[in-house]
Design a protein around this ligand. Structure first.
Ligand code: FAD
Ligand code: AMP
Length: 471
């Protein structure tokens, strides 16, 4: 059997399913192929399950600390199996919603593997057999999978990636995390809250190395206070089975300041990055231009082959769900002859630690590197009423503006609700607003959001609730 569509999307993660729905809304006949579950990594093995576990573990920690608010919760405990069931039910609900939305918008969801046979032709292999699908345009949105460090011992039982960590049936007594990137620090937050002894070993001089250095400094202190051991500037060399077994069943050998050291753990999480997924994607004799496993695309997300596009994690770059979705929207719009409705170059970065971390646009260091003269307004959350009410950890909001024009160029925040509040700066930067434009809007009291206003005021002569700077 052979069928024809306007667009065939391979992969129904946040890149692919959003592109498919958008294209269908714009009148295209769309087929979307998925060989695991609709929602991709994000709904099934990434953002959503990780945030569900952060929510549950955060709640447990808060309940144990409720005495600070005059509340006594005795014998607070958790059932790890039930936390997993809640996480899975959340993913399942969203997964089913995605499948329904695809169908309701008139796109066809095909459960099977898509292989590009030639330009315009995709072979779909489903449980019922093979089918050839044809379309003028093909969109690759096959995502990524966890990278396994090529070191001795990586194959030992108990050494897991984020995929398997979600499947553990018990909270580890001791967990060693290789990599202090976003995934590493989020899992450190989850398991330290549940009482696991967590150690992070990071090769670079600081955790969250891709973000503003103020985040790393503050988060390191907060995690240490919660019992997390953090070793930076230390490269993991090998893993081996401990002779004694038990909770310290694995031994990790790492090099720190040219000295070999060891730490033992029950489980080891390899959180050292992700690799683009192209397994089974290309038929015999067919290929696209690639670089270190990622599919190369131009500014319109077109690959080296006309009519074949790629978006999201499979293209490397910023591996975030909302970036993949925005790229999907733009490709669908462009195929339908529309102008892009969203800027794909302005991507908020969010880390769901406690407190949350969020960043958009440029930071002070990047401005310096790029030779842009900027002013920086910083407000400490210790002077924010809402943060005092809820006894938040140390935090801040920083705003970066062009020194001459006052145009807002970036913002970095580490505080409660940072991942929601960063949206205000996304709107401002995308619309080229100045500090003055943003200050025209009054912010409600008492809110965390007031601190956004205060950081902006710092750029406009000094905020009301900060001590005046020495002249
Ligand atoms: P994916 O979501 O990986 O989807 C690709 C889909 O294509 C998969 O379902 C795959 O099975 C399918 N597929 C692959 N090959 C084929 C084929 N040949 N035929 C048919 N189907 C195929 N991002 C955020 O923005 N916020 C977060 O909080 C966040 N947290 C994360 C936490 C963890 C633990 C992890 C691992 C990731 C997290 N991410 C987060 C990253 C986010 O999950 C990814 O950036 C996002 O899922 C990428 O979307 P995508 O559509 O490119 O690919
Ligand atoms: P991310 O790029 O955000 O996924 O984070 C992965 C982190 O893992 C980076 O900060 C890397 O520096 C770190 N990393 C990679 N290889 C090693 C290693 N062998 N030992 C310790 N950390 C590593």
């Amino acid at each position: 059997m052979e069928r024809e569509f306007d667009l065939i999307v391979i992969g129904a993660g946040p890149g692919g399913y959003v592109a498919a729905i958008k294209a269908a809304k714009l009148g295209m006949r769309v087929a979307v192929l998925e060989n695991r579950e609709p929602g991709g990594t994000c709904l099934n093995r990434g953002c959503i399950p990780a945030k569900a576990m952060l929510h549950a573990s955060g709640l447990y920690r808060e309940m144990k600390e409720a005495e600070r608010f005059g509340i006594f919760a005795e014998n607070v405990s958790f059932d790890y199996g039930k936390i997993l069931a809640y996480k899975e039910a959340t993913s399942a609900q969203l997964r089913e919603g995605v499948a329904q939305l695809i169908k309701a918008n008139g796109a066809e969801l095909i459960y099977g593997t898509g292989t590009i046979v030639s330009k315009g032709v995709v072979k779909a292999v489903t449980k019922d057999g093979e089918e050839l699908l044809k379309a003028k345009n093909i969109l690759i949105a096959t995502g990524s999978r966890p990278l396994r460090l090529p070191i001795p011992g990586i194959e030992l039982p108990g050494v897991v990636t984020s995929d398997e960590l979600f499947q553990l049936t018990e909270a580890p007594e001791r967990l060693l995390i290789i990599g202090g990137g976003v995934i590493g620090v989020e899992f450190a937050t989850v398991f330290s809250a549940l009482g696991t002894k967590v150690t992070i070993v990071e090769a670079l001089p600081r955790i969250l190395a891709n973000l503003d250095k103020d985040f790393a400094q503050n988060l390191k202190l907060i995690l240490k206070k919660r019992g997390v051991e953090i070793v930076t500037g230390a490269r993991v060399k090998s893993l081996s089975a401990a002779e004694t077994g038990g909770a310290g069943g694995l031994v990790c050998t790492f090099e720190e300041k040219e000295e070999e050291k060891q730490v033992s753990a029950q489980y080891v999480l390899s959180a050292v990055g992700r690799v683009p997924e192209t397994a089974g994607l290309f038929g015999e004799g067919f290929s696209l231009s690639m670089e270190r496993g990622r599919i190369l695309v131009d500014e319109n997300y077109q690959t080296s082959e006309e009519g074949i596009y790629a978006i999201g994690d499979v293209t490397g770059g910023i591996q975030l769900a909302h970036a993949a979705s925005a790229q999907g929207v733009v490709v669908a719009e462009s195929l339908a002859g529309h102008m892009p409705s969203v800027r794909t170059d302005l991507v908020p970065s969010c880390v769901y630690t406690e407190p949350e971390i969020a960043s958009i646009g440029i930071n002070e260091g990047e401005a310096k590197e790029q030779g842009i003269e900027v002013s920086c307004g910083k407000f400490m959350m210790g002077a924010n009423g809402k943060s005092l009410i809820s006894k938040e950890e140390r935090g801040f909001i920083k705003v970066i503006a062009d020194a001459k024009t006052g145009r807002v160029l970036g913002a970095q925040m580490m505080c409660a609700r940072a991942t929601d509040m960063i949206g205000e700066f996304g709107t401002a930067i995308a619309n080229e607003l100045t500090v003055g434009d943003m200050l025209l809007a009054m912010r409600a009291h008492p809110t965390y959001n007031e601190a956004v206003g205060e950081a902006l005021e710092e750029l406009a002569g000094g905020s009301i609730h900060s001590m005046p700077r020495k002249k």
